[in-house]
Design a protein around this ligand. Sequence first.
Ligand SMILES: C[S@@+](CC[C@H](N)C(=O)[O-])C[C@H]1O[C@@H](n2cnc3c(N)ncnc32)[C@H](O)[C@@H]1O
Length: 332
Amino acid sequence: MTPGAIGFESLNAALKAAGEETRLRMVALLAEAELTVTELIDILRQSQPRISRHLRLLGEAGLVERNREGAWAFFRLAEHGAAADVARALVARLDADDPVIARDRERLAAVRAARAAAAQAYFAEHAAEWDRIRRLHVTDAAVEAAVAAELADRPFRSLLDLGTGTGRMLELLGPSIERGVGIDLSHEMLALARARLDRAGLRHCSVRQGDIYDLNLPRDSFDVVIVHQVLHFLDDGARAIREAARVLRPQGRLLVIDFAPHDLEFLREDHAHRRLGFAAEAVTQWMEQAGLEPMSHRLLVPEPGSDGKIAVSLWLGRDPRILLAGAHREVA
Ligand SMILES: C[S@@+](CC[C@H](N)C(=O)[O-])C[C@H]1O[C@@H](n2cnc3c(N)ncnc32)[C@H](O)[C@@H]1O
């Protein structure tokens, strides 16, 4: 078969699956975001059995993939295979201003906004106790020693801490850098971070409000970017990593720290988590897709006998561009 060509049977099955109004709308939506059944019900305003049936048909034809995680399942457009190519080609030809597609996208935006508001309400409520909550999982000392060790091979001058919360990463690494910036959506968290940086006398470090998905920062502006315990709250980790990669200088490093896969479902209800941790390959792939070179993955397992229940992963990626003026990375 010609490389990239699709067999008749597969093409026929993929077109049949996508050739129905709701399913085509679903294909368009899932190209924009990874969604749960409940979210699709909210957007498409159809019953759960109907949505589930459509998802099953799209899955069987290879257009959509399901990622089960605890009690939740996330659906997204398939990434590999002939049917995935068909899905992408269809989405590429869809008129983004079509009224049906535009209305669905508006509803998707509303669903995302409601989700973000729920997470922010949680952070506003828990800002003061966040440092204590953090310790429920893996000891700070072990994680922080590992963070310092991952970055120890080369000094760096500037640090961007995304989802900085109470600013602990800036406090930890601030003494050895020239410029530190923390970004967070939550005013309550930022107030605590400011107090912390003041107390530590770190005048070259500052924090400001901003969205990890849409940083108001120029490209190529930081030597190191850290995303510490933030990804599991987000609905689009890949996008956050892309945006982090954009602001990295050539040879700059991105360090992501988050939970390894776990089954503590209550963290969703009680602590606004969306994802129950990440497999090593998941974040590595996001880094690759963002044009970074994955350097290492390290797993920290809770000490036997400690209160910690969840292992923590550290992923280090590097911007592969060499330090030449005018060199640009191609982002896939
Ligand atoms: C679990 S806290 C981690 C804080 C800090 N990195 C630490 O480890 O102590 C997650 C932080 O991410 C922030 N956050 C969540 N979504 C965000 C977004 N879209 N943009 C910026 N910050 C976000 C929250 O406000 C919260 O302060």
